[in-house]
Write a protein that binds this ligand. Sequence first.
Ligand SMILES: *Cc1c(COP(=O)(O)O)cnc(C)c1O
Length: 393
Amino acid sequence: MTNADLKGLYRSSVADTYARYDLCIERGSGATCWDFYGRDYIDFSAGIGVNSLGFSDPGWAEAVSAQLFKLQHTSNLIYTEPCARAASLLAGRASMSKAFFCNSGAEANEGALKCARKYSRDRYGEERHTVVTLSNSFHGRTLATLAATGQEAFHRHFGPFPEGFAYAPPNDLEGTLGALGDGVCAFMIEMIQGEGGIVPLDGEYVAAAVRHCRERDILVIVDEVQSGVGRTGSLFCYERYGIAPDIVTAAKGLGGGLPIGAILFSERTASVLGVGDHATTYGGNPAACAGALHVLGRIDGAFLAEVARKGESIRGRLRGFPGIGEVGGEGLMIGATLRGPSARGVVDAGVREGVILLTAKDRLRLLPPLTITDAEIDEGLGRLHTALKGAIA
Ligand SMILES: *Cc1c(COP(=O)(O)O)cnc(C)c1O
């Protein structure tokens, strides 16, 4: 297969729903990958925050293959070990009570929304069902999670959308408290808006909004699909805000490259969904859970300190780069405003220079594998510097 053959097969056979880069990848190792001609690329995208341990990490691949040779799937009607161990480890380390495993971020958020609606209905009746999310948020591509996404661009084409969603202005306490009134069952937030452009929430704003929710028994759902599993230098980003959410969702980096999502329930919400209320065929799949167990086993204090150090170093160096304005984010979840070149223009120039980048709205976004080495960072940043010069010229 050549790069050209592959692109032809896509053109004729794969639904045309992505603005793909001019890039075909055959194999990878760490934060480096190669196309069909053997040309190397430094990966600052981690498959959109998924490959937390980089490409085909040997320890991870061994743990997953060992599980594949032992038992790849049963139904959820049967007890299996990887699901139980992954749930215990993930919920325990997040100071949550229980976990439900599913297959994606949107699916985790769907389950979280169902749980919040049922919690409120059981206590206060059907009318109290509104979920407040933030403007500029992103929560997924199913109908309900599109409705939850606070961006008009996502509310086209597919109506009617599920009812019962309202939007509050992020980091505007008065506006947010105004939205969190009667009829509201849950407040759903990303601690750092990812697709929205790497926009962090203020600590004081979050603390006050969560206090308001507590006083009114409004559930707090934290969507950590992008920011979770070590990405920002703590296992979950909300830990650094000192809040105790009622529901947390995770996905992207959790399986190290295998599809898995998780809903974490606090004690208050752990028994809201009972037998028959929620299910998914692949959820808790032993192979996906073996991947998650390996990823979680690798993320200890020293690992997280390295994520924070590498993120600081990248942000510091980016600030002096041509065409780069404000640089923000936490750990290895990094966003930068561009002065002049378009975000997509920089991504395309990056591919030509051998570095894989992401955009978030009109900003440049970097989500490198958490295990990226200093040498790979140096090489990738050098290529990004050249790409920026090219995109400006
Ligand atoms: C990516 C993302 C989702 C959707 O996850 P999928 O696995 O694509 O369904 C939801 N919320 C946030 C914050 C995300 O970044």
